[in-house]
Design a binder for this molecule. Structure first.
Ligand code: ATR
Length: 285
């Protein structure tokens, strides 16, 4: 008699384009380490194909257990799932999907990834109460969510387009305020944490001179951009004697909850994995 074995767990990352995604590298490493005979594959899904992909996912014909969602589908997918948790609703974007008895469920793990990275690289980072967040785009929303989850009571969003900063602040309530760039120095005075969520300084663009020494003693400067690993803003802060933490671990840690749901094992963000991703990016250190 032939034994029928259960289907291998299969996960995906969808996006358009999808070639640049480092998620397959991360998840395949974890599959290897855990000895799980599953798979994690990039799938190129264009905006017009999203509804069809979701239908095949939900009815099981695609054969997937779940997966990740990246640009440009992180908002659109929210309208197509059966259940979306509070975190993804508050952030306004989805990056992780899984099937639960035929129901398609969604969350966003970026807030978790940000917190877990700093827990790992800068323990005690959340002892302060005042944070300055530079930028008011999609990434910034996840950071504000994370800071509120860790009980920061004054979160100051500074953005080139002040209306976006104010809109974001209104979305999150009293502890969060929106400001213009000109107020940066004043708002940084006495802050415990600085988070860059913009691409400022990337590709050789000019970075304004920021005096980080006006922050509290023991303040931390972090960047969620991780290419290059030491961003111009982090280099500036380090040169002024501030503690810094890079954002690569956020990419690794945001992947943990998805892997655990699809494959039933909670994976570790080891130095070996970090090195693997750094080598793949070719950014050194
Ligand atoms: P993401 O989803 O990655 O956050 P985004 O929504 O395009 O991307 O947001 C990019 C953020 O970087 C915004 O806060 C943007 O400022 P604006 O809202 O004024 O566009 C900010 N940003 C990008 N380039 C910048 C620059 N050269 N100077 C200042 N801010 C910049």
């Amino acid at each position: 008699m032939t034994e029928i074995s259960p289907p291998l767990p299969r996960a995906f990352v969808i996006g358009d384009p999808i070639d640049h995604s480092r998620s397959p590298l991360i998840h395949r490493h974890w599959l290897d380490v855990a000895g799980i005979a599953g798979s994690y594959d990039p799938v190129h899904v264009r905006p017009g194909e999203l509804a069809g992909f979701v239908a095949a996912l939900r009815d099981g014909s695609a054969g997937f257990t779940g997966g990740n969602v990246t640009i440009p589908h992180k908002q659109a997918i929210a309208e197509l799932v059966d259940q979306i948790d509070d975190t993804a609703t508050q952030i306004g974007a989805v990056n992780t999907l899984w099937l639960d008895q035929g129901r398609l469920c969604a969350t966003n793990t970026d807030s978790h990834g940000f917190r877990a990275n700093l827990d790992d690289r800068a323990p005690g980072w959340d002892q302060g109460k005042t944070a300055l967040v530079l930028g008011a785009g999609g990434a910034s929303r996840a950071i504000v969510h994370a800071l509120l989850a860790r009980k920061f009571t004054s979160i100051r969003i500074v953005n080139r387009t002040v209306d976006r900063a104010r809109e974001l602040a209104d979305r999150f309530g009293q502890a969060v305020s929106g400001h213009r760039m000109e107020e940066l120095s004043e708002l940084l005075t006495g802050a415990d944490l600085f988070v860059n969520t913009t691409s400022l300084g990337m590709g050789g663009s000019a970075v304004p001179e920021i005096d980080f020494t006006i922050m509290t003693d023991g303040a931390l400067v972090t960047d969620i951009v991780y290419v290059p690993l030491v961003t111009p803003i982090m280099a500036m802060a380090a040169a002024q004697g501030l503690a810094t933490a890079d954002g690569l671990g956020m990419l690794l840690h945001q992947a943990v909850p998805g892997f655990a749901k699809w494959f039933g094992v909670t994976p570790a963000c080891t130095d070996e994995l970090r090195r693997l991703v750094i080598d793949d990016m070719g950014v050194g250190r």
